[in-house]
Every structure is written in structure tokens, then in C-alpha cells.
Design a protein around this ligand. Structure first.
Ligand SMILES: Cc1ncc(COP(=O)(O)O)c(C=O)c1O
Length: 464
């Protein structure tokens, strides 16, 4: 008798990708500045540790929130017993006002249309559960967050069909790519229920342009589909004028017919750096979706204690405005540090304006233009440079040689060290007097493979 159910035993969990394997390798030899300075540096984790000082000082100044109190009176018993899956009203009110603040107060949100979930992971799964039957499909632009393979497919039985974006236009969504994905789904006999975009994008670190949003809205409108916009990185946009939420876009009257079909996912895991608190949300104008998702949310509620603490924090508008500004400035400085550090090693990044990572172009370091070569290079980065970064193939990138590199989950000093490791490793490859690596290499690459610039870099796909 098999122990696991068909679903639990299936390989649709998506966790056997290099994205998760890299984490496992990191756990075997984690870097620590004093205890393990030669260990592996974790650059494959989109965590934001840049503003803990601000959050800690707010908590120190507002002890009621962390101490189960309200106006000095204990609310311990109320919180201990609270189990309404609609959530604490004061928290939902504070959450939607924070969502507005992040979007420059250009759009307002109604707390009754908000469903609380244990992080964006749960929000995304719940939305797919509500919108797609097992075997139906969701279209997602590539490259995309590797966790979607687990979150959207495993328990729901839904399928992901990639919208293949490529480097020739900086991975922008095009009409052709949307149509191709749709036709590919149809050819596989799949009913397509939704397009899911991540705005700002993980792993690109870029926001969707207004033109792209219009394109996607036109597409879902013409095909009678839903649009899910995962806006978990909304608070990481460090070029403040460059982010448009789909919720803002659909306030235009011409999209009135789409209001009920556009759903936003939100979370405090990235901008506030609180993934351990497990706070996410679905925002939808469709009462049927809100009602079904609310019932589903009992499988992943946010604890009342966490809601109480964060209600105080998020409703302190003065503090939150200050936090958002500082967070953006610190992320911007960090991203610049990573970009310039990589540039010193002659590695370029996609120009970005958001996120906790950069999308790094290492195509010129590949032995050949294949995903096998990408894996070989990744192993060198992992075991020789001792840096865990995420290969583009784990994000379903259609071109080998791109990697996601995170920059906000470490100190300045650690990032500096990581950049030194990259530079000295690559210098040792191109220094003609130093052939030790080449001699000892398992693969004994030729020098030319390390300096080979791929000739197809700047060509349109049709030309390749
Ligand atoms: C695009 C995207 N969606 C969802 C998640 C899951 O976030 P959470 O920790 O809120 O569940 C992540 C985490 O990295 C992500 O990058």
C-alpha cells in the first residue's frame, strides 16, 4: 500500500528545482562573519533585513501593541479567544490604508473586500482554488517566482502555461507572447482561466509599464479571463513614480466590465520584511470570490496576536510614511552596490527599479548556450565562489545564462565580500598566468569559454 495520497506523492510540488536545492546547499555551510567566514553566502533568499531598526524602535515606543494591550488595558483574553476568520476589523482597516499608502493614495481599498491569509503563498493558492478547476490553466509571464510551481499547482491541480518573455525587449510582455501562450494552452486541451502577473516582478526587479498593464487588461477582457496581480513587492519600488497597481489602472471607466475579474495579492513579507509573521491578503471586487476565499482562509489564518501588533503599526501613518521612504532609499542604495560590484567583474544586470534582487546577465560566462551550461556555471558560483544564487531556469526563463541575485538579506559588509568573491574567482579565470583552476577543473574549460560573448545577445528572437 502506498503511504502518500496521489496528490501528496505527485511531483507537482515543484520543490525539486535548483531554487530550493540552492537553499539546501546553503544550509550545509552557512556563512557567518565571525564563526564561518568562508561559508556560503545566501543570495537566493528574497528577504528584506534593511529596516529592522525602524520597526524595533517603533515597537519600543509603542509597547501596548506587543504586550497584548489597548490604551493600557489588557486585551490578552480577547486575543486568545479570537478566531473569526474575517479578521480583526481594526487590522483590516489598517491593512487597506497601508495598501493605499503604498500606491501613493491614488486608489482606496474597502476592508470588506479584503481576505486575510497566511502570506501571499496562501493568497495565491486560494485565488487559484477559487477561480480554476483541476486541469485548468493560468498563464504566467516568464521568468517567474519558482514557488508558483508549488503554490498554484500542487493542491489545486491547476496548470501553469508560460508566457515566454525574452531579453531582446528586457522581458516585457508582448501581445505575441500572450497569444502564443494562450494557443499553446489550447493546443494542450487546457481551458485558460486567468493571467497572473507579478508586479513588481520577482525575479526581474522591474515594474509593469502602463502599456503592459493595458495590454494584459485588453487580453483578459477579450478572452473572458481573470487577472491576478501579485503585488507583494509593491513597497520595494525605489523609483517611486514608476509603479502602477492594476487596481489603479481599472479605475478608468473603460475597464468597468473587468472590475470583478481583477484580483490583487498583497503581503507584508517583503516591504516590511516580516515573512515569519505570515501576513498576506487577497483583494477582490467580486463578492463571490471574497466569500469563497474567506471560507478557505480558515486553513491559513493570521494569528490574532500578530493582527493586534500590526494593526497598531500600520495605522500609525506618520511612521509608515517614514518607513516607506527609508526602505526605498536603503533598497536603492543596496541595489546600486550590487550592480556596481558586479560591474567591476564585468557582469551586467537588467536595469531595475524595485525588488530585493537583481536579474543578472551571465550569458557571456556560459560554456555553451544551453541550460546544462547554466547548471555548470551555477555549480561554480555555488561551490567555488560559495554564493547561493538562483539560476534563471528555476524561474522558467527561456534563455540560459540569467541568474537572480538577492541583496537585502545581508549586511553591507557581507555583500561587499560576495562581490569580492565574484571578482577574484573570475579574475583567476582570465589571468593567463594562473591556470590552476583550469588544470584542476572537473571540466577543464578552455579560457575562451569564459570570455566568450554570445553573439545572439541583442538579436530579436526571429533572428536567432
Ligand atoms: C512573487 C511572490 N509571491 C509570493 C511569495 C510568497 O510570499 P509570502 O512569504 O508572503 O508567502 C513570494 C516570496 O518570495 C514571491 O516572491
Amino acid at each position: 500500500m502506498t503511504v502518500l495520497s496521489r496528490l501528496a506523492g505527485s511531483n507537482t510540488h515543484g520543490q525539486d528545482s535548483s531554487y530550493f536545492l540552492g537553499w539546501e546547499e546553503y544550509e550545509k555551510n552557512p556563512f557567518d562573519e565571525s564563526r564561518n567566514p568562508n561559508g556560503m553566502i545566501q543570495m537566493g533568499l528574497a528577504e528584506n533585513q534593511l529596516c529592522f531598526d525602524l520597526l524595533e524602535s517603533w515597537i519600543a515606543k509603542n509597547p501596548d501593541s506587543a504586550n497584548f494591550k489597548c490604551n493600557g488595558q489588557s486585551v490578552f483574553r480577547d486575543l486568545a479567544l479570537f478566531q473569526d476568520y474575517h479578521g480583526l476589523p481594526q487590522f483590516k482597516k489598517a491593512f487597506v490604508s497601508y495598501m493605499s499608502l503604498l500606491r501613493g493614495n491614488k486608489v482606496t481599498f474597502d476592508p470588506s473586500k479584503l481576505v486575510l491569509t497566511a502570506g501571499a503563498t496562501s493568497a495565491n493558492e486560494t485565488l487559484i482554488f477559487c477561480l480554476a478547476n483541476p486541469g485548468e490553466a493560468v498563464l504566467i509571464p516568464t521568468p517567474y517566482y519558482p514557488g508558483f510551481d508549488r503554490d498554484l499547482k500542487w493542491r489545486t491541480g491547476a496548470e501553469i502555461v508560460p508566457i515566454k518573455c525574452s531579453s531582446y525587449n528586457n522581458f516585457k510582455i508582448t501581445k505575441t507572447a500572450l497569444e502564443e501562450a494562450y494557443n499553446s494552452a489550447k493546443n494542450q486541451g487546457l481551458v485558460v482561466k486567468a493571467v497572473l502577473v507579478t508586479n513588481p516582478s520577482n525575479p526581474l526587479g522591474t515594474t509593469l509599464s502602463k502599456d503592459e498593464i493595458t495590454l494584459v487588461l485588453n487580453f483578459v477582457s477579450s478572452k473572458n479571463m481573470h487577472l491576478i496581480s501579485d503585488e507583494i513587492y509593491a513597497g520595494t519600488v525605489f523609483n517611486s513614480s514608476s509603479f502602477t497597481s492594476v487596481m489603479e489602472a481599472i479605475t478608468d471607466k473603460k475597464w468597468a466590465h473587468l472590475l470583478d475579474r481583477v484580483h490583487v495579492v498583497s503581503s507584508l513579507s517583503k516591504d516590511l520584511g516580516l515573512p515569519g509573521f505570515r501576513v498576506g491578503a487577497i483583494y477582490s471586487n467580486d463578492p463571490k470570490v471574497v466569500s469563497a476565499a474567506t471560507k478557505m482562509s480558515s486553513f491559513g489564518l493570521v494569528s490574532a496576536q500578530t493582527q493586534h501588533l500590526l494593526a497598531g503599526l500600520l495605522s500609525d501613518h506618520k511612521f509608515m510614511e517614514k518607513y516607506i521612504t527609508h526602505n526605498q532609499a536603503r533598497l536603492k542604495a543596496r541595489q546600486a552596490m550590487l550592480v556596481s560590484g558586479l560591474k567591476r567583474a564585468e557582469i551586467n544586470c537588467l536595469e531595475s527599479n524595485s525588488g530585493l534582487f537583481a536579474w543578472v546577465d551571465m550569458r557571456h560566462l556560459l560554456k555553451s548556450r544551453t541550460f546544462e551550461a547554466e547548471m555548470e556555471l551555477w555549480k561554480d558560483v555555488l561551490y567555488e565562489m560559495k554564493l547561493n544564487i538562483s539560476p534563471g531556469s528555476s524561474c522558467h526563463c527561456s534563455e540560459p545564462g540569467w541568474f537572480r541575485v538577492c541583496f537585502a538579506n545581508m549586511s553591507d559588509h557581507t555583500l561587499d565580500l560576495a562581490m569580492q568573491r565574484v571578482k577574484s574567482f573570475l579574475d583567476s579565470k582570465i589571468n593567463k598566468n594562473s591556470h590552476s583552476y583550469l588544470k584542476n577543473s572537473r571540466r577543464a574549460r578552455s579560457l575562451s569559454s569564459w570570455v566568450f560573448r554570445l553573439s545572439f545577445d541583442d538579436k530579436e528572437p526571429e533572428e536567432r
